[in-house]
Ligand binder design. Structure first.
Ligand code: SF4
Ligand code: SF4
Length: 810
């Protein structure tokens, strides 16, 4: 075997802390290492070419780059391997920047020692790498778009126009989303319905788009190129093919309820059409309020009311309508499930729900629309106040983010009110109380200035409370004008709360079904905020619109088109290359016990005709969870084999002195390893005695490996993974917790404190929690003292019997 090792200076990022020359010199003497070089920038063109030349010239069959995070440059060096004619799985990276130089900058000597040891670990690991062939899988052009607001409509149209087969799913009875409820759109004041409805109509005429309204996704299995989606069409009780939307049914219906589309400022019937320009333009029965449906639920009677049925000239009402269940084969998914507005009742000081002249901004929008249509709506009076940042930039209620659209939304509403008053020759006195005016978009600042010119007064100050004087119809508002340092207390006819945006309940449900993570602000998390802003952590799933974060219509549309482009780029290839990091079986070790078959949550393992376990490579997700079930080490995982991880742990403890404590950290690739990179970026220090070993999921870390770590000399073992709700691997967190419990129990048997093993579920922003927990492990290891040699031997001798007690009977 011929291994070439390259230690990178990273332009001083590493070499100012770590003595890279010393590291290279030390590892140069390791078995199988042909040479170890150090160089200023291994990722530069020169650095890459150096590897390519060396591989060819020295016939290297393994390359180790000791530099930055493999999450950062792993792909770069895989390409270098390919160019050098080396299998890309025979090149590996060791992270001496984020995990060493950037977190141990106050102890150069120890940082160099650790960098040397990390590089040794890499050598011991790569020695056992095998060449792997990437698995190719054909993919089709079928795309699921979940949510048919403006973002979903745009993505569906882009894809449909490009010849992709789109299933556009909407939970409501009509497409259009929140934009359909707007009167006009800033900063051009064009009519929202006028620009939206043609796009809605295009969806129905596009032959490549199948629309599923009033439908819900209930289950999604599989991966990119191979998603299996379960869908339920809710019954509308009206045959959409024959309904001509004459409206006779609604006239006959005796039930009147609040209209949710109108933000409850007007009423609708129990049989209704969601809005004038609904797509599909058909009536439906609201099961909650229909007298017939209520009677069916309550007493089983089927003959109650049925007035709509009697008057329908098309005979299209069917009270027996049942849900339909569909299964779809999908290649890629776009999530555009949108937002809900902040519940103003969570700010009781503003009196929403208590005083009827306190409204939220969307209610004011519908009042403006209805009024322009000549409908009878409540009088908003002459003096109106808008309060900004209700439910945004508010630490107390947990929404620290800016909702981005509320400043412009309030500006638009005040401009529309002003404009209609001016047309009618009436007088309005409008105040907008803001924290900061954020008018960031194209034409926004000009729009804001023109609103000021119309006479709207913008005051910097956040009102503390709204109250009513006894006997007064009006509400009082007290606020400090922070620019003029004046306290304002004044009566208003109407106060409008500019409520912020939050992830919608529907988006939360979809996130759970798809197992895509949310960021700390509660919105869906993109894979990278700058370079992969519409991708998620899960291959083949993309996000756009306000489900990803607060944004206006132009940004939602741009992002939706971006997801369509990403999907096209992916599916247009006709096939995808799958990561070969999958479970496999060493047939010579398998004794046919079958224990592993039920251990895989994806039903991937079966027994063949010779009673040997086999893993379906197409279905295996590579989590490694099944490995803990095999008593004979017959099950293994490519690139993270039992022997590789054992060798890595062994190398991690190689340089440990009597006085040292050493903490082995198994970090899952998706959350914890990524977090450790961010911790490095933030230069948040932690114990130099830690050695982080990357695994696909912490469920890959078998109880045996943890106990072996102690047997080999570890003083503490720490496992990190994603939160249960965001890990892409089914059942993995429960499996880790079970494994940890088992390990703790067995440590106690030999008199080792179970506190020496811990597991934590991270989100990738826990930049202080991660160092804190590693330091805590170091403290535990120090406080508990040295583990006697005989206890380590006892673990080593007993672990097979502890973990697989039935083994004797096999
Ligand atoms: S658990 Fe191990 S030995 Fe038993 S069938 Fe599965 S692979 Fe074979
Ligand atoms: S448990 Fe994970 S690694 Fe094992 S076969 Fe199933 S998906 Fe693959």
């Amino acid at each position: 075997m011929k291994i070439g090792v390259y230690v990178c200076h990273c332009g001083g990022n590493i070499s100012e802390i770590v003595d890279v020359e010393k590291v290279a010199k030390y590892v140069d003497n390791q078995d199988d290492v042909v040479f170890a070089k150090h160089y200023s920038h291994m990722c530069s063109e020169d650095g890459q070419q150096m590897i390519i030349n060396d591989v060819k010239e020295h016939n290297l069959d393994r390359v180790l780059v000791s530099a930055c995070s493999p999450l950062f440059h792993g792909e770069t060096f895989k390409n270098v391997a390919k160019q050098a004619g080396l299998n890309p799985y025979l090149i590996e990276m060791v992270n001496i920047r984020e995990q060493c130089a950037w977190v141990h900058y106050d102890d150069l000597e120890k940082a160099t020692e650790k960098a040397t040891n990390l590089t040794e670990m890499g050598i011991d690991r790569i020695r056992n790498n095998n060449p792997l062939e990437e698995i190719k899988m054909d993919i089709g052009k079928s795309v699921l778009v979940i949510g048919a607001g403006i973002a979903g409509i745009q993505a569906a149209l882009d894809l449909g126009d490009a010849g992709y087969q789109v299933h556009l799913v909407e939970k409501d009875a009509s497409i259009g989303g929140k934009m359909a409820q707007l009167s006009r759109t800033f900063p051009t004041n064009d009519c929202a319905a006028c620009i939206l409805s043609p796009k809605m109509a295009d969806v129905t005429t596009n032959k490549n788009i199948t629309l599923h309204t009033y439908s819900e996704i209930t289950k999604v299995d599989g991966n990119l190129g191979n998603f299996k989606v379960s869908l339920t069409h809710h019954p509308a009780f009206v045959d959409s093919e024959s309904c001509v939307s004459c409206g006779l049914c609604a006239e006959a219906c005796p039930v009147s309820v609040d209209d949710e589309f109108e933000w409850k400022i007007s009423k609708r019937k129990a049989i209704y059409i969601p809005m004038d320009f609904a797509v599909p333009n058909r009536y439906l029965i609201d099961v909650e309020n229909c007298l017939n449906q209520k009677a069916r639920r309550k007493s089983g009677k089927t003959n109650v009311c049925r007035l709509c049925e009697k008057v329908c000239p098309q005979n299209c009402i069917d009270f027996e309508n049942k849900p339909e269940y569909l299964e779809l084969d999908i290649d890629a998914i776009i999530v555009t499930t949108g937002h809900d507005v902040f519940d103003a009742g969570r700010k009781p000081e503003y009196g929403y729900g208590k005083y009827e002249n306190v409204l939220i901004a969307p209610e004011m929008e519908r009042i403006i629309v209805k009024k322009s249509e000549g409908a009878e709506v409540r009088d908003i009076g002459k003096k109106i106040a808008f309060i900004q940042c209700v439910g945004s930039r508010d630490e107390q209620i947990g929404n620290e983010y800016c909702s981005r659209v509320c400043c412009m939304y309030a500006t638009k509403l005040s401009q529309l009110i002003m404009h209609s008053a001016q047309v009618a020759g009436a007088d309005k006195d409008i105040y907008v109380f803001y924290t900061d005016m954020r008018t960031f978009g194209k034409g926004y600042e000009e729009y804001y200035k023109s609103t000021q010119k119309m006479g709207v007064k913008f005051i910097r100050g956040r009102p503390s409370e709204i109250f009513k004087n006894p006997g007064s119809e009006k509400v009082n508002l007290r606020v400090e004008d922070t620019l003029n340092r004046q306290i304002i207390e004044s009566e208003f006819d109407t106060v409008v709360l500019s409520v912020g945006l939050e992830l919608s309940a529907g988006s939360k449900k979809i996130a759970d079904i798809l197992k895509i993570p949310k960021s700390t602000d509660g919105f869906l998390q993109e894979a990278h905020p700058k370079f992969r802003p519409v991708d998620t952590q899960k291959d083949g799933i993309f996000i756009a619109g306000t489900a990803q974060g607060p944004k206006d219509i132009p940004d939602s549309v741009a992002q939706a088109s971006a997801t369509a482009a990403r999907v096209m780029r992916l599916l247009n290839q006709g096939s995808i290359t799958m990561d070969p990091r999958k479970a496999f079986v060493h047939p010579e070790l398998c004794d046919g016990c079958g224990e592993c078959v039920s251990s895989c949550p994806y039903d991937t393992i079966s027994m063949n005709a010779d009673n040997i376990a086999v893993v379906d490579q197409n279905r295996c997700k590579g989590c490694g969870m099944c490995l803990s079930s095999c008593h004979s080490d017959a099950l293994d995982l490519n690139m993270f084999t039992n022997f590789q991880l054992f060798s890595e742990v062994k190398a991690a403890l190689k340089d440990k002195r009597e006085s040292d404590k050493r903490i082995i950290v198994f970090a899952d690739s998706i959350c914890t390893y990524k977090l450790s990179d961010s911790v490095g970026n933030a230069k948040n220090k932690y114990s130099v005695d830690t050695r982080i070993i990357r695994v696909p999921s912490s469920s890959r870390v078998t109880p045996k490996l943890i106990l072996q770590s102690f047997a080999l000399g570890a003083d503490a073992v720490f496992l990190g993974d994603c939160e249960k709700k965001s890990t892409p691997f089914l059942g993995s967190i429960d499996a880790v917790e079970k494994n940890i419990k088992l390990v703790k129990k067995n440590l106690e048997i030999v008199g080792i404190s179970p506190d020496r093993v811990e597991f934590f579920q991270f989100v990738t922003v826990m930049l202080t929690k991660f160092p804190m927990l590693l330091n805590k492990m170091e403290t535990i290891a120090k406080n508990k003292g040295t583990i006697p040699h005989e206890k380590r031997i006892k673990i080593s001798n007993s672990l097979q019997e502890w973990l697989f007690p039935k083994n004797k009977e096999i």
